[in-house]
Ligand binder design. Sequence first.
Ligand code: ADP
Ligand code: MG
Ligand code: ZN
Length: 638
Amino acid sequence: MNQRWRVIALWLLPIGVVLLIAWQVFSSGGVNGMGNSGPTVAPRNSAVARMSYGRFLDYVEAGRVTAVDVYDNGRNAVVEAVDPELDNRVQRLRVDLPGLAPELINTLKNEGISFDIHPPQSAPPALGLLGNLLFPLLLIGSLIFLARRNSGMPGGPGQAMQFGKSKARFMMEAETGVKFDDVAGVTEAKLELEEVVTFLKQPERFTSVGAQIPRGLLLVGPPGTGKTLLAKAIAGEAGVPFFSLSGSEFVEMFVGVGASRVRDLFKKAKENSPCLIFIDEIDAVGRQRGAGIGGGNDEREQTLNQLLTEMDGFEGNSGIIIIAATNRPDVLDSALMRPGRFDRQVTVDAPDIKGRLSILEVHCRNKKLESDLSLESIARRTPGFTGADLANLMNEAAILTARRRKDAIGLSEIDDAVDRIIAGMEGRPLTDGRSKRLIAYHEVGHALIGTLVKDHDPVQKVTLIPRGQAQGLTWFSPDEEQSLVTRSQLKARIMGALGGRAAEDVVFGHQEVTTGAGGDIQQVASMARQMVTRFGMSDLGPVSLEGGNQEVFLGRDLMTRSDVSDSIARQIDEQVRTMVKHCYIETVKIVASNREVMDRLVDNLIEKETMDGDEFRAVVSEFVDIPDKERTTPLLKD
Ligand code: ADP
Ligand code: MG
Ligand code: ZN
């Protein structure tokens, strides 16, 4: 028995007594006036699975829902649904609702579904629960703990030996239910991983010709690109159990716990082979040993050593394949990458436009779309989105659609969802006044420079509706297919970012410029510094003046950090400052000589709140010629 449990048990006893008294006072004092004794908040425990609102509506339509309990002013509900494929087994699922819509109630009534609306309660809702349920549980719990403590155990100090053994924190799914078809847009990775399925399904094909089956495979890529999903798909395709555990769960306060978990995991896996072990965030344990300030982390190193030992310990054809995922392969200990361990690396990158299109297709399978909604145009306006972002986007759009009482997702919902994911929640527009004018000039400044400087990305839209931290926003459409950026494009971006401040400066005067340009100025500084130190685009010539890795890996890089002499550092600063100053002078010049256009654009913008790129350019072109922008990806027109 674990010591911590004993401490908990000791605490539980007095709590139990206090509760017993409280309970008796309450039940005799007649607090039952609240009537319904059922819970008044939806159970939040994770045992109840979640279901999306869209799926819920589908289930209602399909007649699979038998009962609905609405909680929390209609913000969520617990739904009982039957699964015809599983002998009508009853599932309980949690659903987030967009609010208590009368239509929903009507539908439920028409479908003959029994439903109940639980009123929010002002008294602490926990009391009812505590009295009814928690208290007996607690008492029983503490009794058991005490009983166990008093019997059985040999007692004395030896007890702490069993640490960690009882808490197997890994998860096992006998059947993940994920197939390769559910993972889209990562064609190369999928090709590579299809072979792993064969390793698991038909190992003889390889062993018969004397081939060693690889044991470990490392998935490398930014968060949300589908690494976990891919690992599940491999297990799903091969029809083998899926053991998963996160690297951070290996590492505990007590030395030796992590290592014992690794042992447990491998033991269980061997009993269930063939199977797949998935270790998420392996960098949490697999960091280079000996790194770290003030000595290494003993616990982590022991865990890592245990992992390496276990991986060496089983034969190549034991039917177990280990897949690990990380987004920081650079910090991994090289012993992990040695042949026979995680010797295969598969990169899972953020998808390109085609990939995004196919991911969107996967996530639209169960959604209703307006017939003229083109997934391709969504893919085109979401550069940089990962699979998880796209899944989130479609879900947000579906929620918006439900909230607006529409029956299919349209372009305006998609647009709003994209904006929300990139820039945050929409705020309330300012009322007309001096500060609104100033923000309008600031944004128009960005957009005007973006339009008039030839090498800048074209404006997608300008808006005065606040989002997230920003009071106003100017959106540009980047040219995605172009992966190399030229010096003049970088300069154009610096000028574009300075456009806001330049406009404030020209229109309101030197003393009136605001803090609103803070973010822009930070961006300018980092672009200019990179041009000097990384891309060799200054008078200092094509010399790399800083390591490529911007982040300091504590304990390894700290000592060797400064590889630039003081005088060079001063020259870098000098170059950055000159570059930014020149750009600013040029920007101010453009803004000042287009004062009339700006005034008109600002009036327009204040009236409309949002102008799209074409409207903006139409106004500008009444006054000046707009330079042609060469692009490989065409601009959106819809
Ligand atoms: P990671 O493990 O790389 O951080 P996940 O595999 O957990 O990412 O992805 C989270 C969710 O995002 C998935 O459950 C899935 O819905 C969606 N997703 C991510 N990548 C893809 C993809 N390539 N195709 C389809 N859906 C994806
Ligand atoms: Mg993951
Ligand atoms: Zn700005």
